[in-house]
Write a protein that binds this ligand. Structure first.
Ligand SMILES: Nc1ncnc2c1ncn2[C@@H]1O[C@H](COP(=O)(O)OP(=O)(O)OP(=O)(O)O)[C@@H](O)[C@H]1O
Ligand SMILES: [Mg+2]
Length: 384
């Protein structure tokens, strides 16, 4: 049985002869039936709509050939597996609740939010969060395929864009635009042709027209490239920065659990040495350790783990030196016994060793991007 608000608007559309309302309502019913796995009913509603539209000059409903404009998959990643700042976690939880209790909101003439923009440097969870959101809502994730969407002929991209949106409009799904700047560039860019301006305009229009059961998630590493009009389309704008010192510390704790060993170095000291790298680099390091431990059997797991971590901290250290000329970590070989804590602060120029360096304790460590550890320390809680 269809939702009561849809039935009411169906009757209203019929009584008043409102075609647009009729199409929108039936599209919502199709999406709902797809969501309940009633595909036969959904397809037969779609067929009825198509038949009616063909006869009276209304826009044609797309057929399933437009499926090639997206990669479809059932999401698996869980939100709880991600380290997110408290503000992000709260905002995401609220959006999920709005989507899950949309019927209640609609009974008060309100719609749940469904347009999300994720920004932040590479490897810090934009794609992962998009997937986790879809997973929490138990909806399929459609990632837009730019190779199929962007055509070389004039008008082709705008046409395919329309087909893409027509395809998702009657499905309950998450529509994911990764590297959103690819299609939503600033229209004032003098290098761009009239074509890209048309594409951006029709993209924004289509996003506006999407029903709230289609959750549009966009992600970019270059928010500064986005067209100004893009920003206000998104009801939720979330930044996913590099991990804070606290998050690196927490991440190391979970790594210990995964590796089933106890580090001989304090987490907080190790975290300072790794501070500045992304979550994906941290994960790469974990994968390296796991691979080496399997392939070197029988071997000393602790030694392998420490040597891979040491290599990574040295790389971080070199990067810091090249970016701000100031080393910010203590030597990896210092252990929990307290050697690191007792080490006398030294000036940067004296402190570089082959494996790391000591820094003055009254100076906040700086990341590769120059961000202050102290200022970002309170940047948010973590979850594992
Ligand atoms: N916040 C996070 N918590 C836990 N793991 C993370 C987090 N962010 C990233 N990772 C790890 O890094 C990998 C890559 O992350 P993801 O692809 O989501 O980053 P991204 O921000 O989309 O990067 P890009 O801008 O390059 O597309 C993930 O598969 C995951 O293992
Ligand atoms: Mg990504």
């Amino acid at each position: 049985m269809a939702r009561s608000d849809l039935l009411i608007s169906l009757v209203k559309a019929g009584v008043n002869g409102e075609r647009e309302l009729l199409v929108r309502t039936v599209e919502a019913m199709i999406a709902e039936e797809h969501g309940k796995q009633h595909h036969v009913l959904a397809e037969s509603l779609a067929a009825q709509l198509r038949a009616g539209q063909n006869g009276n000059g209304m826009t044609k409903l797309p057929d399933s050939n437009n499926r090639n404009l997206v990669h479809e998959r059932m999401p698996e990643r869980k939100i709880s597996s991600l380290f997110l700042r408290t503000e992000v976690k709260t905002a995401v939880a609220q959006l999920i609740e709005e989507q899950q209790r949309a019927d209640l909101l609609r009974s008060y003439n309100l719609e749940p939010r469904h347009r999300i923009l994720l920004t932040g440097p590479p490897g810090n969870g934009k794609t992962s969060l998009a997937e986790a959101l879809a997973e929490s809502l138990a909806i399929p994730m459609f990632s837009v395929r730019y190779d199929a969407l962007i055509g070389s002929f004039l008008g082709e991209t705008a046409l395919r864009m329309r087909q893409l949106f027509d395809f998702v409009r009657n499905r309950r799904c998450a529509l994911f635009f990764d590297e959103f700047d690819t299609v939503a560039k600033e229209r004032g860019d003098t290098h761009e042709t009239g074509e890209i301006k048309r594409v951006v305009s029709s993209l924004l229009l289509e996003i506006d027209r999407l029903p709230s059961y289609v959750v549009v998630i966009t992600a970019t590493n270059h928010p500064e490239l986005l067209d100004r009009a893009v920003w206000r389309r998104f009801q939720l704008k979330l930044e996913l920065p590099k991990p804070t010192l606290g998050q690196v510390t927490e991440w190391l704790r979970t790594l210990e659990g995964r590796l089933e060993i106890a580090f001989t170095i304090k987490h907080s000291i190790l975290a300072k040495r790794l501070y500045g790298i992304s979550f994906s680099e941290l994960e790469d390091m974990a994968q390296d350790i796991l691979r080496r431990r399997i392939l070197c059997e029988p071997c000393d797991h602790m030694a392998i783990t420490h040597s891979i971590i040491r290599l990574r901290t040295e790389a971080v250290h070199r990067e810091r030196l090249s970016s701000d000329g100031y080393p910010a970590t203590t030597n990896i070989s210092n252990s929990r016994s307290g050697r690191a804590r007792n080490a006398r602060p030294r000036r940067a120029k004296n402190s570089i060793s082959s494996t790391g360096a000591t820094r003055s304790t009254d100076r906040p460590a700086t990341s590769a991007t120059g961000a202050s550890v102290r200022s970002s320390k309170g940047g948010g809680s973590t979850s594992a």
